[in-house]
Write a protein that binds this ligand. Structure first.
Ligand SMILES: [Zn+2]
Ligand SMILES: [Zn+2]
Length: 662
């Protein structure tokens, strides 16, 4: 797929760190040209965690070249050159590009072909600017930092290859990646974090802890949840069900597929078709099957006739009888398609349409509202195989979904309650850093990018903003990024090691309920369309557990730990093993996942094995414990806490799990 050019609007939204990193890309180009003056440059944008520049160069750049390039970059940073913006006409820019002066230190024998290509992409009427640092001049819309010296720390990281403009018909270029920061301390912290993230990689820990697996016969992007991972799922669902029950939600269950018709109504088809699995066509039966066969026979006959007709005049455009035949064939195709449409099914990519159908299944009155329908629904999305990544990008996902149908008057308090639910979850999981990205509409684009309902936009956005401000939640407002049918909030959280994850989205929807003809009878006996809030605070099991694995480094708190307790008797004498079994039985009776290690290993080996399995709490019992009615407690990764009375320890374990202590 071709890469999209950033709009001026998007460029103005570049954050400070993105400006700095993009500026570092210019410095990288400057350095490369000092070493290889013939290098041709294409695009050098900031990306997540860094920047790159695409280069056409005979010499294949490898990490062995990085030290030399970085040394040249250092000189440019030290020179502290100003990033000077120069506005030019299209003709002037083209002239410079033809002389090879763009993406270069001097005029060159050959033109700058990619810069000419980039120039062609700038829409007529948009200002064309160059940026100059020292001798280096580039075609660029900016923005940049003031001076090269503002780039406090940088590092080249890797080389990849990429096609010009992302199109494989274009030449293949070398893509040099790097990262840059305000200062050395921040950069060092970043690389330390990356090291730690590697140790906590959810794919690595998921395998070691036997949480989930993938299998080629099942298919890429379709995780299998093993017993230990299923424990995590069940605990999260128990938390969600308990919380949602207390908040007045009703649970529903819906099938994993539906007819094409429903997705046409919801608007997922045709717009979202690329992200859905292709449809399943079921065969027709009875009268419909006969009719289908007749239509297909007629279709074949017409096709034969058309072929005969065109054989006589192969190169002429269709006229007369030929044109008529083509039209008839077209009409028949549509008829066959319409007849079969009712038997085309899609795997569901979203739960919303199913929930809308439940809302519409019985007459609703204002007394039924707010109606909150919740389901841990499994959805299927057709991610490109190149995009699949562990649990983070998958093709089947179980979503902490719910749809709240409410009146305009109820909206603010409902939205507030959703926010409080988020904050409650953040507290349970020890998520200290989070950000709500509140995307709003652009009034200039009503009726095109955004549903044409100016008053509803204003009203709902005001209410959402009020809730966010009043509850003291950390948020930023991003104009022009709302969904087509209403404002939305993307929730970003940071793991314990400071890596960012987008886990959930809340959306306000004031268009789709009316597409489904959803109404309730109001006090005044008139029919009104409810608002709908889509919310999924725990996101999908896949993404959220992927996050939690990194966040906890696999050392889950007691309530989540796949193996909560293991009793380790010192030796295998009958009374001691009996005592250990009694403790295990008492814990299991209270719903605690307790095991016993009755192997012939010595205690050192048993402890080591339990530590490796990330067992949360180890209860070591020896003769002295047996006589005193005690147990010796040991916590994973924290070591021994000493002997305590058995009853006290058991009560504490049960309470910790029940309260979901951190
Ligand atoms: Zn630039
Ligand atoms: Zn939804």
């Amino acid at each position: 797929m071709a890469e999209e050019r950033k709009s001026l609007e998007q460029r103005h939204q570049m954050s400070d760190i993105e400006r700095l990193r993009h500026s570092a890309a210019h410095v990288l180009a400057t350095a490369i040209l000092r070493i290889w003056p013939e290098a041709q440059f294409a695009a050098g944008p900031p990306v997540e965690n860094g920047f790159y520049y695409d280069i056409d160069l005979k010499h294949r750049i490898t990490p062995e070249d990085f030290a030399q390039i970085e040394a040249e970059m250092k000189k440019e940073v030290k020179a502290n050159n100003v990033f000077e913006r120069i506005v030019v006409s299209r003709a002037e820019a083209l002239e410079l590009a033809n002389k090879g002066r763009l993406g270069a230190l001097t005029e060159r024998g050959a033109p700058s072909p990619f810069k000419i290509g980039n120039l062609e992409e700038i829409p007529e009427g948009e200002e064309i600017s160059l940026y100059k640092n020292g001798d280096f001049i580039d075609l660029c819309a900016g923005p940049h930092v003031m001076r090269t010296g503002n780039i406090g720390a940088f590092k080249l990281t890797h080389v990849a290859s990429a096609y010009y403009k992302g199109d494989e018909k274009n030449p293949q270029l070398q893509r040099i990646y790097g990262t840059a920061f305000k200062n050395k301390t921040e950069m060092e912290a970043y690389f330390t974090m990356l090291e730690e993230a590697k140790k906590r990689d959810h794919r690595k820990l998921g395998k070691e802890m036997e949480l989930f697996c993938f299998d080629d016969d099942v298919g890429p992007g379709l995780p299998l949840w093993m017993p230990n991972g299923t424990v995590l799922i069940e605990e999260l669902e128990a938390l969600a069900k308990e919380t949602e029950f207390a908040a007045g939600y009703d649970r529903v269950r819906t099938p994993h597929l539906a007819r094409e018709n429903m997705y046409l109504t919801s608007g997922h088809l045709p717009y979202y078709a690329e992200s859905m699995f292709p449809p399943m066509q079921l065969s027709l039966d009875g009268a419909a099957a006969t009719q289908d066969q007749e239509l297909r026979n007629a279709y074949t006959q017409l096709h034969d006739q058309l072929r005969e007709h065109t054989l006589a005049n192969p190169d002429r455009p269709l006229t007369g009888r030929g044109e008529e035949l083509a039209k008839e064939i077209d009409a028949l195709e549509k008829k066959i398609d319409a007849l079969n449409a009712g038997n085309r099914y899609y795997l569901k990519a979203m739960n919303c349409p199913h929930h809308h159908k439940i809302f519409g299944a019985v007459p609703r009155s204002y007394r039924d509202l707010p109606l909150r329908l919740a389901e841990y629904g499994t959805c299927y999305r057709y991610e490109q195989s190149g995009e699949l990544f562990g649990l983070m990008r998958v093709r089947s996902m179980q979503m902490n979904d719910a749809h709240i149908y409410c009146t305009e008057e109820q909206f603010e308090s409902e939205f507030n309650a959703v926010n409080e639910m988020y904050l409650k979850y953040f507290k349970i999981f020890g998520i200290d850093k989070y950000l709500m990205r509140f995307s709003t509409h652009d009034p200039a684009k009503l009726g095109q990018k955004f549903v044409d309902a100016p008053e509803l936009w204003k009203k709902t956005e005001d209410m959402v903003r009020n809730v966010l401000i009043r509850s003291g939640i950390n948020f930023v407002e991003v104009p022009n990024e709302a969904a087509f049918y209403g404002p939305k909030i993307d929730v970003q959280v940071w793991s314990a090691i400071g890596r960012e994850f987008t886990i959930a989205t809340n959306q306000v929807d004031f268009a789709v309920p009316s597409r489904f003809g959803l109404v309730y009878k109001d006090r005044d006996n008139t029919e009104k369309t409810p608002l709908c809030i889509h919310r999924a605070p725990l996101g999908t099991h896949e993404r959220f557990i992927g996050f939690l694995i990194e966040h906890y480094a696999g050392n889950f708190p007691l309530w989540l730990a796949p193996i909560q307790v293991r009793v380790l008797p010192i030796g295998d004498e009958e009374p001691l093993v009996e005592y250990a079994r009694g403790i295990q039985a008492e814990l299991r009776a209270a719903g605690i996942r307790a095991e016993i290690d009755a192997s012939s290993n010595n205690i050192k080996g048993k402890v080591l094995h339990a530590e490796q399995s990330k067992v949360h709490t180890m209860l070591v019992v020896g003769h002295r414990d047996l006589e005193a009615g005690a147990v010796s407690v040991r916590l994973h990764g924290k070591g021994a806490l000493g002997a305590k009375p058995r009853a006290e320890v058991i009560a504490d374990i049960i309470a910790s799990a029940k309260e979901r202590r951190a």
